[in-house]
Design a protein around this ligand. Structure first.
Ligand code: UD1
Length: 441
């Protein structure tokens, strides 16, 4: 595991001004991997997961699962073997779980397997209120008695029975949780208004590879026919749509030329469309996309929406890019209410952004200047690194452990593209970085 230890406080030092050029390889999708890790315990047989990203969130979930008796082996950095036959109890240690949002998948997995689960309420990024009423509605619909007590969700069922569930909001987490809880229920479950995100499809494919009978994932009606048991499987996680999109926007914001490899171009269509609108050239190949920009960045309008709309997880990266475009752009955030926390930070670099309700009005500026800034959450943190790469001079970015929750070797990959970026610990190393990288190339 290469993420920073929680005792050492790291920050990035970045000297902006280089156009990023070259090739970068995208890892497995963090959000698919989290659900697949949890779903692995639905069988007593061993599951092998390939293309596993080595990021903080997946590692914390694996640690939490080891804490309840799941046997975890890591034959290599991107492969994990999971055997859930020895799960000791269904009560998950609070401290580990609190740190990640996806811990709620353990409720669906444990309930689906043992008909009972007790899991502390989830943590995760502070991007706004994150209710789980749709998850609970789904569990209740298939026969579980669900209550929240002492900061934990407690779900129990005599037996789980298929049901017809209409989701009031399109929720990735609730859709996946219901898939897990219902795949061994008696009879048929139908989820209407289901989320269509690529990672929902990936989890359904994974469960099917274990013997589940799930049809319709990727559309808004998913049909699950309960099976009596699931078996072991070997499965490869899909590429990370958001990591890919982040590098695509890195090419846009720095006026670079990047070949982003190991992607599914179809999953990137809404991102590609916006990059073309702001003046980039995007070429699609079988499993890679090339993004380049030579002219000026143009303004546009963006509204975040469930898939296939523009992803909320790409909104900060787009906002940073638009702050350097010509004219006035708007971004409307319709999924989470607290996703403009990068705005205060990027304004320290000279951006001109006004947030009114769930809309950011962005007046493009010619250039940004380096500043000392802080990552407010995972995606906003990555976006601010992009801002620093495009800015004149040196920036420092604090709280990069949040970025490491979802990006593997972020600074190493950026360096490979010509970025001047280092992971540093103290003021002395920042000073050294400044001296070494004083000249803008
Ligand atoms: C997942 C992703 C996150 C991404 C988000 C939207 C993981 C671990 N995280 O989060 O990176 O930003 O999808 O693509 O995969 N809602 C309710 N009730 C519920 C559940 C959700 O009202 O029970 C609302 C949320 O407040 C939000 C919207 O539905 O406004 C979408 O949330 P959801 O798709 O559930 O997001 P997460 O699964 O938490």
């Amino acid at each position: 595991m290469k993420t920073s230890s929680k005792d050492t406080i790291y920050r990035y030092a970045v000297r902006g001004g280089n156009s990023l050029k070259g090739e970068v390889e995208v890892g497995g999708a963090k959000n698919a991997a989290l659900a697949i890790i949890a779903a692995s315990i639905l069988t007593d047989e061993t599951v092998t997961i390939e293309n596993m990203p080595d990021v903080r969130d997946t590692n914390v979930l694996l640690d939490a699962m080891a804490g309840i008796g799941v046997i975890i082996e890591r034959p290599d950095r991107h492969t994990v073997r999971i055997n859930g036959s020895m799960v000791r109890n269904v009560n998950i240690e609070y401290e580990l779980i609190r740190r990640i949002r996806a811990s709620y998948y353990l409720i669906g997995a444990l309930l689906g397997k043992y008909n009972e689960a007790e899991v502390p309420l989830p943590g995760g990024c502070n991007i706004g209120s994150r209710p789980i009423d749709q998850h609970l509605k789904g569990f209740r619909a298939i026969g579980a008695d669900v209550k929240i007590e002492r900061g934990s969700i407690i779900a129990k069922a005599e037996r789980l029975t298929g049901a017809h569930i209409y989701m009031d909001v399109v929720s990735v987490g609730a859709t996946i949780n219901i898939l897990m809880a219902s795949c061994m229920a008696d009879g048929k479950t139908i989820i209407e208004n289901a989320a269509k995100e690529p990672h929902v499809v990936d989890v359904a494919n994974f469960l099917n590879s274990m013997g589940a009978n799930i049809k319709g994932a990727g559309t808004d009606v998913i049909r699950i026919k309960g099976v009596s048991s699931l078996h072991g499987a070997t499965y490869s996680v899909i590429p990370d749509q958001i990591e890919a999109g982040t590098f695509m926007f890195a090419a846009a914001v720095t006026g670079g030329d990047i070949l982003v490899k190991n992607v599914i171009p179809k999953h990137l269509e809404s991102i590609t469309a916006k990059l073309i609108e702001v003046g980039c050239r995007v070429e699609e190949f079988d499993d890679c996309v090339r993004v380049s920009r030579t002219g000026k960045l143009r303004n546009t309008q963006i509204k975040t929406l469930p898939y296939p709309g523009f992803p909320t997880d790409m909104q900060p990266q787009a906002g940073v890019t638009l702050s350097l475009s010509e004219g006035v752009s708007t971004i409307t955030e319709s999924i989470f209410e607290n996703r403009f926390r990068y705005v205060d930070e990027i304004m320290k670099m000279g951006a001109d952004i006004k947030v009114e309700g769930n809309t950011a009005i962005i007046t493009g500026t010619e250039s940004l200047t380096g500043a000392n800034i802080t990552a407010p959450d995972l995606r906003a943190g990555a976006a601010l690194v992009l801002a620093a790469l495009a800015a004149d001079g040196v920036s420092t970015i604090d709280d990069i452990h949040l970025i490491e929750r979802g990006y593997e070797d972020f600074e190493i990959k950026l360096k490979g593209l010509g970025a001047v970026i280092e992971k540093v610990t103290d003021e002395r190393s920042v000073k050294k970085f400044r001296m070494k990288n004083a000249k803008v190339s």
